[in-house]
Design a protein around this ligand. Structure first.
Ligand SMILES: Nc1ncnc2c1ncn2[C@@H]1O[C@H](COP(=O)(O)OP(=O)(O)O)[C@@H](O)[C@H]1O
Ligand SMILES: [Mg+2]
Length: 332
């Protein structure tokens, strides 16, 4: 098994622990995380269905990637966000469809279940899956085969299912919004990722790790946090968990002048709903993109090269988007 296990992390103290599989690394030495490292190692050896529970930003997708890479390296990992897709499209997205099976189906399309053969299907936000699709998924799990929409020929299902949710599925079951039988099928094994506030002792380790990752990504010299800043980071309760920590550090690195971050450099990004467009919860993808581009531009003093790098697009694309969205320096 290509499970590298724990290794020492540079500069993070003698007992620092990282579960490292391919490029996916789960950092932490809190007893709950060590336990999760063990659990993932054992679960990677077989193909049982796993349900990963935890608040947003606690590393559910990361855990799914680690399970996948340790168990079926090089095989497809196919993610489906069950809350992001229009319900009527979800079925064809899942199962694929035959040519002519509905208006607009002008050619055969293979679905995610088929694409994942030999690998993993990651069902993110499983609690949001519509009930009729829950029934169909249950049937796939029971029969280990499925048919494309409008098709007759059964296709064997040969992938592992890893599902994730930040919702309380028992509550959804009680409300009639989630099938109990599907819940038991999916949760053959369960992994619960703790919120960051339950393992605050891991913060220094995570900060070192995330700063190294961020400086690599932004291609800037290594950045550290000073002692006051570290204390500040260890006092906040992190409702957005590791994703929020990462965003705060990313924001600080993008703005920082020096190589050491102080408390002045750190700011909690405002929660949505405070009135300005930047703070509103974006509804459309285009709106989200516009808000994000504006935010990063402002944070970087409208430096095009740097903003493009952070957004992982080319400067040309960035300029085009600025024009398309009519963004202006200091404007709304
Ligand atoms: N233990 C960890 N060590 C290092 N990075 C982590 C850890 N847990 C989460 N992350 C990082 O935090 C971010 C959010 O993780 P993700 O798996 O997307 O969370 P979720 O799916 O639960 O919302 C990702 O960038 C991920 O790499
Ligand atoms: Mg996620």
């Amino acid at each position: 098994m290509r499970f590298i296990g724990r290794k020492k992390q540079q500069g993070a103290g003698p007992d620092a622990a990282i579960l490292n599989v391919a490029e996916w690394e789960m950092v932490g030495e809190h007893p709950t995380i060590i336990e999760i490292h063990k659990q993932l190692g054992l679960l990677a050896r077989n193909r049982v269905t796993v349900l990963i529970q935890g608040e947003s930003g606690t590393g559910k997708e990361l855990a799914a990637r680690i399970l996948h890479e340790a168990g079926a390296p090089g095989q497809p990992f196919v993610g489906v966000n069950c809350s992001a897709v229009v319900p009527t499209l979800l079925e064809s997205e899942f199962f694929g469809h035959e040519k002519g099976s509905f208006t607009g189906a002008d050619r055969r399309k293979t679905g995610k279940l088929e694409h994942a053969a030999g690998g993993t299907v990651f069902l993110d936000e499983i609690g949001d899956m519509p009930l009729d699709l829950q029934s169909k998924l249950l049937r796939v799990l029971q029969e280990e085969e499925f048919v494309r929409v409008g098709g007759l020929e059964p296709i064997p299902f040969r992938a592992r299912i890893v599902a994730a949710t930040n919702k309380d599925l028992h509550q959804l079951i009680a409300q009639g919004a989630f099938r109990e039988d599907l819940f038991y099928r999916l949760s053959v094994a369960r992994v619960r990722l703790p919120p960051l506030r339950e393992r605050m002792s891991d913060i220094p380790l995570l900060v070192d790790y995330l700063l190294a990752r961020i400086s690599g990504k932004l291609r800037i010299a290594p950045v550290r946090v000073d002692q006051d800043a570290m204390e500040w980071l260890m006092e906040y309760d992190w409702p957005g968990n590791i994703r929020e920590l990462e965003n705060v550090l990313m924001n600080a690195c993008a703005l920082a002048k020096g190589r050491s971050l102080g408390t002045d450099d750190l700011r909690i990004l405002p929660p949505p709903g405070s009135g300005r467009e930047e703070d509103a919860v974006p509804v459309t993808l285009a709106h989200a993109e516009k808000v994000q581009i504006k935010k990063i531009l402002e944070a970087n003093d409208w430096n095009i090269t740097r903003t493009a790098r952070i957004l992982e697009i080319s400067p040309t694309t960035l300029r085009k988007k600025i024009a398309d969205y009519g963004l202006e320096r200091g404007g709304r």
